[in-house]
Design a protein around this ligand. Structure first.
Ligand SMILES: Cc1ncc(COP(=O)(O)O)c(C=O)c1O
Length: 416
């Protein structure tokens, strides 16, 4: 066995007494905190998988998940992570030789394109930046140059978890319409569903993919794909279907309930997802969206307060384009690894590592799902204390700034 030696900073951080005793806090952009109610709901003996109560729960999920996405379309449940949902979406709607247009805005749309490429689909990318949302005008311009409609589908994320950008899905749909282009519009809401507004039918989204481990507050394990009538029509003419991902048998009317899962149902996850959707219903989806907006603004206020020219700053400078579920924080001269390691080893707080081009120069705070002021203010306070302990350059108190955002909401609920 090879034992790697830790750097001097690492060993200093890992040595000595810690304050981490207590419930650990995971503030990464998924998997997010799973509520005890969901954990308890999942903790059940195995039941009859062929019918009975479990089949009723499945039926209720197939009714409620479209409601969550604000669509009259259908939903399919895969036993997978988000990559599986990507694959299910591609393999059920496209044909060999099709072209997809990937709208880059960070990491994840491009990765989705790679899955399409593995199926022999031609992939073209509208290059994006790490600090801007997708430009609807650029989408319209490209589609206007495709009078023969060779582009079969457009792939985009609502929130990119790497950059923490929020794309304007409605504006992109308007751009597609302005070019009068029939391509299927496919949107990844893996880091946004159940957290920020999404109106699948009103925004003309044909295929939407998500997964359970972020805003839906269930452990990783279920990939979800929603399809409208146009996408179902594309299924009929598609030729990339594979045994497990094929939605055909899952969609069969009057088929046994376990067909919906292409085999043995994921019993625990089914009960967990049911409980999570009940919790969202109890809060009220609009209230859930609002809570996420307020808590996200408190994070943004904290980072703005911490900011110094040589220290931390928000990756997304335009407030309109900031995700309400995750924040990418550039670290300037601050040692990113030391912040992460001290937060985790000394205080029991896990913050998100950077992805792709942000390696070594950013960390991320996930703020989605089961989250309230004590959790977010505690997270920000712990990061602030860690930055101070490391001697990082700090402007003002981020916690004080975040508390002001929360205070404004407490004083005037729903007004901000
Ligand atoms: C926006 C987005 N899409 C897709 C994925 C991939 O999901 P998974 O890791 O569950 O396969 C992620 C994962 O973080 C994501 O944030």
């Amino acid at each position: 066995m090879t034992v790697r030696s830790a750097s001097a900073t690492q060993s200093a951080i890992l040595q000595g007494m810690t304050l981490q005793f207590g419930r650990p806090m995971v503030a990464i952009p998924g998997p997010s905190v799973v509520p005890d109610r969901v954990l308890n709901a999942m903790h059940q003996p195995m039941s009859n998988i062929y019918g009975g109560a479990l089949a009723d729960v499945t039926d209720s999920l197939l009714t409620d998940l479209p409601r969550l996405a604000r669509t009259e379309g259908e939903v399919f449940i895969a036993i997978s992570n988000g990559h599986g949902a990507w694959e299910m979406a591609i393999s059920n709607t496209l044909k060999r030789g099709d072209k997809v247009l990937v709208l880059e805005s960070g990491h994840f749309a491009v990765d989705w394109g790679r899955i399409a490429a593995a199926f022999g689909v031609e992939v073209e990318t509208i290059a994006g930046s790490l600090t801007d949302p997708v430009s609807p005008a650029a989408v319209a311009t490209r589609l206007e140059q495709d009078p023969g409609h060779t582009i079969g589908a457009i792939l985009c994320v609502q929130v990119d978890t790497g950059t923490s950008v929020r794309n304007d899905i409605e504006a992109i749909r308007n751009a597609i319409d302005s070019a009068n282009h029939p391509a299927l519009f496919m949107v990844d809401c893996i880091a946004s569903l159940g957290c920020i507004p999404f109106h699948m039918d009103d925004w003309g989204v044909d295929v939407m993919v998500s997964a359970t481990q972020k805003g839906l507050m269930v452990p990783p394990g279920l990939g979800l794909v929603w399809m409208n009538d146009r996408a179902m029509a594309a299924y009929a003419s598609g030729d990339l279907k594979t045994g497990y991902w094929d939605i055909g048998p899952r969609a069969e009317e009057n088929a046994p309930h376990y067909y919906r899962y292409a085999g043995t149902p994921p019993v625990g996850h089914i009960h967990g997802l049911r409980e999570a959707l009940d919790m969202i219903d109890e809060e009220g989806l609009e209230n859930t969206w609002h809570r996420h907006e307020v808590l996200a603004r408190s994070v943004h206020a904290a980072v703005d307060a911490w900011s110094t020219p040589d220290g931390l700053s928000l990756n997304m400078t335009d407030p309109v384009a900031r995700a309400a579920t995750v924040t990418t924080i550039l670290t300037g001269s601050v040692d990113t690894d030391a912040v992460q390691q001290m937060c985790e080893a000394r205080s029991g707080l896990t913050i998100g590592v950077p992805v792709g081009a942000f390696e070594g120069r950013a960390f991320r705070i996930g703020h989605m799902g089961h989250l309230n002021p004590p959790m977010i203010l505690g997270t920000l306070g712990t990061i602030e204390a860690t930055l101070a302990a490391l001697g990082a350059p700090l402007g003002d108190s981020g916690v004080a700034a975040a508390a002001q955002v929360v205070a404004a909401e407490l004083a005037n609920p729903g007004a901000s």
